[in-house]
Design a protein around this ligand. Structure first.
Ligand code: 3PG
Length: 400
C-alpha cells in the first residue's frame, strides 16, 4: 500500500477487502478487534483523498440477504473509529452500492453490505465467482486486500477481484504476514505452541507441520480428550473424536521420535453437564486428575496444576504461538485455564503470537492489554493455514 500511496490515490475509487467478520450479540459488536485492525489502511487511503469502498463478509449467510448478518453495525463502528461519517450501502453491487459509491467525495468512506448476501462470492464455480467479481470491479479503480482473516478463502472478493484491478496489500496483511514469517523461518528457540479449541480435526494440518518446527506442543480445550483417550485414559462424557484417536497416537509417537514434547493436562475441571451459557449460573465444577476422569463427567477446562505446568513450559520459551482457548472461557467457572495461558504469554520474555478467532477474542474479553502480546492475529483459520505451509488464495492473488 505504501507504493500505492506514493503513486497517489486522490479521486480514485479504492476497494478495500476487509475482514469485518466480528462477533455480534444481536446488533451489538462484542469484540471490535478486526474493525480496529483495518483502520490504518482505510484512514491512510481516505487521508490521501481516495474514495474508499470497504467490503467484507460477516458470518455465513446462504448467498442471499439476511438481516441477522448485516454489516450495518460494523459500518457504524468503523465510522466511530475513523471519527468520520461512513456511508452504508444496503446492497453489495446493486443500486444502493452504485449510488453510494457515485456519491462519495474524495476522502470519504463507504461500506457495502455483506459480500456473502451474493451467491457468487463463495461459489465453487469459477464462472459464477468471476461474474460477481466483474460486478464488484465496476465499483472501483484499485483493489487493496486487507482482510487477512479471509485470505484462506478462494472467494470472489478475495481471489478473483484482484485479478481484475491493479492490486495492493494493505497494512494489516503486510503486518500479519511479517509476523507469521517469524514463526516459520529462522524461529527463535525454544519454540512453544499452545493449541486449544474443541476439535482436533481442525488442527491436524498445523500439528503435522509443527511436528517439524516446534520444540513443545501444549494441548488444551476440547481436543485434549482425544489426546488423553489416545494415551489410554477414560474421559467420561467429554468431547471426543473417536475417529481421530489413531491419528493422535501417531502424532504422539512422531513427537517422541523427533524430540518434540507434547504437554498434556495433569488435571481437569469437570461437571456432569455443559454450563448454561445464557444465565452463566454457577456450575460448581470439581477438579480431577486427568488420568482418572470419572464416568458421566465432562471436562470443561484445564485444572490448577495444569495451569502452573503450562506457565512453566512457556516461561523459558523464546517464541510462542497460541491458538484456541483452554476451556469454555465464556463461562466464569471455566475461564481460569485460558486466563492462565494468556497471563503466561504476557509474563514470558518470548515473542508471543495469539492466533486469531476465539483465542484473540478471549484475550480481549478477559480484559488483557493487547499491547502485552507480541502480536494478536486477526486470522484464525488463515493463520493456521499459513503455518501449515499452504498457498493462501488471497495472498497468492496479491503477489504477482
Ligand atoms: C474467520 O472468522 O475466520 C474469517 O472471517 C473467515 O470466516 P469463514 O470461516 O466464515 O470463511
Amino acid at each position: 500500500i505504501d507504493e500505492l500511496l506514493r503513486e497517489g490515490v486522490e479521486g480514485k475509487r479504492v476497494f478495500v477487502r476487509a475482514d469485518l467478520n466480528v462477533p455480534l450479540d444481536g446488533t451489538t459488536i462484542t469484540d471490535d478487534g478486526r474493525i480496529r485492525a483495518v483502520v490504518p489502511t482505510v484512514k491512510a487511503l481516505a487521508d490521501a483523498g481516495a474514495r474508499v469502498v470497504v467490503a467484507s463478509h460477516l458470518g455465513r449467510p446462504k448467498g442471499a440477504p439476511d438481516s441477522a448478518f448485516s454489516l450495518a453495525p460494523a459500518a457504524a463502528r468503523l465510522g466511530e473509529l475513523l471519527g468520520a461519517d461512513v456511508a452504508f450501502a444496503t446492497d453489495t453491487v446493486g443500486d444502493s452500492a452504485t449510488a453510494t459509491v457515485a456519491g462519495l467525495a474524495d476522502g470519504q468512506v463507504a461500506v457495502v453490505e455483506n459480500l456473502r448476501f451474493n451467491a457468487g462470492e463463495t461459489s465453487k464455480d469459477d464462472a459464477e465467482r468471476g461474474a460477481f467479481a466483474d460486478q464488484l470491479a465496476a465499483l472501483a479503480d484499485i483493489y487493496v486486500g486487507d482482510g487477512f482473516g479471509a485470505v484462506h478463502r478462494k472467494h470472489a472478493s478475495v481471489f478473483d477481484l484482484p485479478a481484475r484491478l491493479p492490486h495492493y496489500a494493505g497494512h494489516l496483511i503486510a503486518t500479519e504476514v511479517g509476523v507469521l514469517k517469524k514463526l516459520t523461518e529462522d524461529v527463535q528457540r525454544p519454540y512453544a505452541v499452545v493449541l486449544g479449541g474443541s476439535k482436533v480435526s481442525d488442527k491436524l494440518g498445523v500439528i503435522d507441520h509443527l511436528l517439524e518446527k516446534a520444540d513443545r506442543i501444549l494441548v488444551g480445550g476440547g481436543m485434549v480428550f482425544t489426546f488423553l483417550k489416545a494415551q489410554g485414559h477414560e474421559v467420561g462424557s467429554s468431547l471426543l473424536q473417536e475417529d481421530q484417536i489413531p491419528v493422535v497416537q501417531e502424532y504422539l509417537e512422531r513427537g517422541k521420535a523427533r524430540g518434540v514434547e507434547f504437554v498434556l493436562p495433569v488435571d481437569i475441571l469437570v461437571a456432569p453437564e455443559f454450563p448454561d451459557m445464557k444465565t452463566k449460573a454457577p456450575a460448581h465444577p470439581e477438579t480431577v486428575a486427568a488420568d482418572a476422569m470419572p464416568a458421566g463427567q465432562m471436562g470443561l477446562d484445564i485444572g490448577p496444576e495444569t495451569r502452573k505446568l503450562y506457565a512453566s513450559k512457556l516461561a523459558d520459551a523464546a517464541t510462542v504461538f497460541w491458538n484456541g482457548p483452554m476451556g469454555v472461557f465464556e463461562h466464569p467457572d471455566y475461564a481460569e485455564g485460558t486466563k492462565a495461558v494468556a497471563q503466561a504469554l504476557v509474563d514470558s520474555p518470548a515473542f508471543t503470537v495469539v492466533g486469531g478467532g476465539d483465542s484473540a477474542a478471549a484475550v480481549r474479553i478477559l480484559g488483557f492489554d493487547e499491547k502485552a502480546f507480541g502480536h494478536i492475529s486477526t486470522g484464525g483459520g488463515a493463520s493456521l493455514e499459513y503455518l501449515e505451509g499452504k498457498t493462501l488464495p488471497g495472498l497468492a492473488a496479491l503477489e504477482d
